[in-house]
Write a protein that binds this ligand. Structure first.
Ligand SMILES: *Cc1c(COP(=O)(O)O)cnc(C)c1O
Length: 428
């Protein structure tokens, strides 16, 4: 069977397939550049694994307290080497990205300290961690105050405002790399490095934490190469490579990471406890695959931006700009278009492809939300997924894809559903 016939079998019409192929012909150079970043990062990961003599004993399960868990301890050395940090905490006991960030913050802030975000509001879930929205056990309840310098209208750092906000109580500065579900640009690692240097010039002993979610392996350098004291992320996003079924990481200075370990387990116990319960093979192998998986997700994001921009929809990032995370926002302009898009993503999935996504009133949101995900691991957003709140400007956030080919199919299916719904007409 010809390839286009295979796509036909999956539900993609010849016209949609042809349109996609036409868009792709102009993307070869960009895809080559992405492959080069993946190759570099693959070498980085391999070198760290070889240096730490990874072997079969590291894949063994431990139970109970998990004393002398060599597989866990060695994985942390591998992560520290990959991200060029003194130490790392990589654990299945860290349940998600928010948990990892909450541990990093609460371990390194004491009553009377102030936390500063120099890049505007943080990710939604951190509002409750910090206490911006009142919440039990928030940092605010423990006497940690919060200050924020907003970005300038053009999305750049407001250095004057940041200088003004740094005071004698400023203990930790949090920088979110990815835009998350905001409309601001995602920062490059170089931009983050400039911001870190600026803050440290004003206050040399201030600690800098970077929320690295969705950013790992998109570039050849990470914020930890640019002076961050801690970088933090989720293993069901980029660095888990789609295989890690749970987990988070904190990589950074020995001083900061040690405190995180005491906060995660208990004072006095720290990194010494925490059984791996047999999860190590997926952590090691997922990290090994991550550079390639991230490259596929990036190609998907760029393909989507080029398809939808060509059809007149606004895309953030746009079709040509450089990439610093794997998220693609597409402003579709109507509820119907969002639903059709998400149904296409769902229909392309390896799991739950027969399910029809519907908008629903998700807890914590003030409008209906639609989500498409057919993932092997629940909530995994390195796997192909799309979601968005049903409100102006009716934008879907699209991310992931364990392989480029799956990301490609997902985008073609989203377009197929938009064409079938009469919302999009393909150019002749
Ligand atoms: C996903 C994400 C988080 C939170 O991660 P969860 O695993 O969903 O708790 C935090 N910050 C950013 C920028 C993210 O993308």
């Amino acid at each position: 069977m010809e390839l286009n016939a295979m796509y036909g079998q999956l539900g993609v019409s010849p016209a949609v397939y042809a349109f996609g192929e036409k868009i792709l012909t102009d993307l070869r150079e960009r895809f080559d550049a992405i492959d080069q970043v993946a190759e570099y990062n693959q070498a980085k990961v391999l070198h760290a694994m070889q240096k730490n003599r990874v072997n079969a004993t590291h894949f063994a399960a431990t139970t109970g307290y998990g004393y002398d868990d060599e597989g866990r301890d060695n994985l942390e050395r591998v992560y520290a080497d990959v991200f060029h940090t003194e130490a790392a905490l990589v654990r299945p006991q860290i349940t998600c990205g928010t948990h990892a960030l909450a541990v990093a913050l609460s371990a390194n802030l004491l009553p009377g300290d102030e936390l500063l975000s120099p890049v505007g509001a943080p990710y939604d879930t951190l509002e409750e961690v910090i206490g911006i929205r009142p919440s039990k056990c928030s940092l605010k309840e423990y006497g940690v105050t919060y200050a924020q310098a907003d970005l300038k209208a053009d999305g750049t750092f407001d250095y004057d405002a940041i200088r003004e906000k740094i005071n004698e109580r400023t203990k930790l500065i949090t920088i979110q790399r990815s835009k998350g579900y905001a409309t601001r640009p995602t920062f490059s690692v170089t931009q983050i490095g400039e911001l870190i240097a600026f803050c440290k010039a004003i206050k040399p002993d201030v600690k800098i934490m970077v929320d690295n979610c969705y950013g790992e392996f998109v570039e050849t350098i990470e914020p930890s190469d640019m002076g961050a004291d801690m970088i933090v992320g989720s293993l069901i996003k980029n660095p888990g490579g789609g295989l890690a079924p749970i987990g988070g990481y904190i990589c950074g200075t020995k001083e900061c990471v040690e405190r995180c370990a005491y906060r995660l387990s208990a004072p006095g116990l720290g990194q010494e406890v925490g059984a791996n319960l047999g999860i190590m093979p997926s952590f090691y192998q997922g990290l090994f695959l991550s550079p390639t998986v991230v490259s596929g997700a990036l190609k998907g994001a760029i393909f989507a931006a080029n398809i939808y921009e060509k059809l007149g929809f606004a895309c953030v990032p746009n079709a040509t700009e450089s990439r610093h995370d794997i998220i693609q926002a597409v402003t579709l302009g109507s509820r119907e278009a969002m639903v059709a898009f998400c149904r296409g993503i769902q229909a392309a999935a390896p799991v739950d492809s027969y399910v029809t996504p519907e908008p629903w009133a998700m807890p914590g949101y003030d409008s209906d939300v639609i989500m498409a995900a057919g993932a092997f691991i629940q909530g995994s957003s390195i796997e192909l997924s799309a979601d968005g709140p049903i409100r102006e400007p009716y934008a879907v956030y699209f991310q992931g894809g364990l392989t480029w080919y799956h990301a490609k199919l997902g985008i073609l299916m989203s377009l197929q559903k938009l064409v079938e719904a009469g919302i999009v007409k393909l150019p002749e």
